[in-house]
Ligand binder design. Structure first.
Ligand SMILES: Cc1cc2nc3c(=O)[nH]c(=O)nc-3n(C[C@H](O)[C@H](O)[C@H](O)COP(=O)(O)O)c2cc1C
Length: 197
């Protein structure tokens, strides 16, 4: 029997950090109302039927690209961990599978993602990373996530070029199909309700 929407929501969370405003898309600066990674998260949410949570820095990044670039570069050099909140609320202990989305910033996950991860106890939780990028793919992010969250099981991720986000449904569906095959029966039940993806 397939899991209900509520059961999926209890077990699976989609958590993202994404920058809206001025962003790089296919090498050009564009005004993006919904961040590219958030756009992927919404597609993922529609396919998975799971809820989305957003990592929001207490001090938001500037909507201007160059200002964000400068701040992110300085945070990277300092190894800063900016204060963040999860919106709408914190994860529950029942969440055993996290689809974690972020843009590639300087070859890795942005500081707010590392901040949030470092505050969680994710022992035995499966993390499937997905990122949007301008050519750098997942970069070093998978190794960095695992370093910050050593108890979690960080699994193969999905990189999507920012210019391909709107055509990403098939890539997302293929990745979900693969992630579902890796889920252990005790995480989502033997028939976990995701198999149609
Ligand atoms: C501060 C900053 C650093 C970036 N560094 C990289 C990078 O090293 N490699 C890359 O491929 N793209 C890089 N990008 C481009 C973003 O990864 C790309 O525009 C992404 O799709 C933005 O996603 P978002 O709208 O969810 O924030 C960078 C963008 C910013 C703002």
């Amino acid at each position: 029997m397939n899991l209900s929407r509520k059961q999926v929501n209890d077990l699976v969370a989609i958590v993202t950090f994404s920058h809206s405003g001025e962003n790089l898309v296919g090498g050009q600066l564009q005004q993006v109302e919904v961040g590219l990674t958030q756009q992927v998260a919404l597609q993922l949410s529609a396919q998975l039927q799971a809820d989305c949570y957003q990592i929001q820095p207490v001090e938001p990044y500037d909507i201007k690209f160059n200002a964000t670039l400068l701040r992110a570069d300085s945070e990277r050099h300092l190894g800063a961990r900016p204060e963040v909140n999860l919106v709408p609320h914190r994860l529950e202990a029942t969440h055993r599978v996290i689809y974690l989305g972020y843009p590639n910033w300087f070859g890795t996950a942005p500081a707010p993602v590392l901040s949030w991860l470092s505050q969680q106890s994710l022992e035995g939780v499966s993390i499937y990373p997905f990122c949007t990028h301008e050519g750098g793919g997942l970069g070093r992010s998978v190794a960095d996530l695992q370093r910050v969250s050593p108890g979690a099981i960080v699994l193969p991720g999905l990189p999507i070029r920012s210019s391909r986000v709107k055509q990403a449904q098939r890539a997302i569906a293929g990745w979900l199909w693969n992630t579902e095959r890796r889920l252990k029966p005790n995480q989502l039940g033997t028939d976990n309700g995701l198999s149609k993806y």
